[in-house]
Design a protein around this ligand. Structure first.
Ligand SMILES: [Zn+2]
Length: 268
């Protein structure tokens, strides 16, 4: 074999070898530099649903040993689309918007930005977030991003009445939310925002009756995420969100498993 052929074969071997050694995504994610943070409330008989919606319920529960001594367990469940940690598809408030089953994965896997406004909210169930509250707080990424607002409400999730601020006298709900103004501003300032999430039961304040924030998100093709579980600390930037709803083909919304993958190092 000519010397040039030997060099060529060695070069090919080197290229093949370097591809074979390239870390898989799994190796990358589990190399010790990343942590996985579950931002999902469990679905059980304490899960918060919108008033009048079908709450999460096991309709059949089997869990027993048969005559041969082997265990078998299976359940059925029923639930509304809009309860617990869940996604709102654009179709929820826009007839031509995407259904849950049509949401592209390239929008459901996105850079995650947490905007912690809990100290401004200060446990006030009447609080509404306006642009002036945010002028010095907003951080954007130049990539498809999910913005999640932390109102500090996850601590009430196991007390539905408190969480929703239900007033038995006048049937009103009272929990904090976003103003139309602030959402219009965010969407026009950064076209790469693909979704907006909150740690309360609605992106609109509990007192809203015409749901303008829902309407803006839906007509602009963004998804919403409600009842995010922000009980534990999470870095405000540098995380990636996996927002993977149950693929209900024609759903207006769906239960969601929301996970953040965060670098253990401080973001630069
Ligand atoms: Zn919803």
């Amino acid at each position: 074999m000519a010397a040039s052929n030997v060099v060529f074969v060695l070069l090919i071997c080197f290229i093949i070898n370097s591809f074979a050694k390239r870390d898989s995504l799994y190796d990358f994610l589990f190399n010790g530099d990343y942590e996985f943070i579950d931002l999902t409330h469990p679905f059980d008989n304490q899960t918060v649903y919108w008033p009048n919606a079908q709450v999460f319920r096991f309709t059949k529960q089997i869990g027993d040993y048969d005559a041969t001594g082997s265990w078998y367990a299976a359940n059925d469940f029923t639930a509304g689309e809009h309860g617990g940690t869940h996604i709102d598809a654009p179709y929820h408030f826009a007839k031509t918007g995407l259904h849950v089953g049509e949401l592209p994965l390239t929008k459901l896997i996105a850079a995650l930005i947490i905007i912690d406004i809990s100290s401004i909210v200060n446990d006030d169930p009447k609080f509404v977030l306006y642009k002036t509250h945010l002028d010095h707080l907003l951080y954007y990424e130049d990539k498809p991003s999910l913005l999640i607002f932390k109102f500090g409400w996850s601590k009430y999730f196991n007390d539905t009445k408190k969480y929703l601020g239900q007033n038995d006298n006048d049937n009103t709900l009272n929990f904090p939310g976003l103003s139309e103004e602030v959402v219009e501003w965010i969407i026009s300032a950064n076209k790469k925002v693909v979704g907006i999430g909150v740690d309360v039961a609605s992106v609109d304040p509990g007192s809203s009756t015409n749901f303008p924030v829902h309407k803006i998100l839906s007509t602009k093709g963004l998804y919403g995420i409600e009842n995010v579980n922000l009980s534990r600390q999470i870095p405000e930037t540098g995380c990636t969100a996996l927002a993977l709803p149950m693929k209900i083909a024609l759903g207006t919304g769906a239960p969601l498993r929301l996970v953040a993958i965060c670098s253990k190092q401080e973001p630069k």
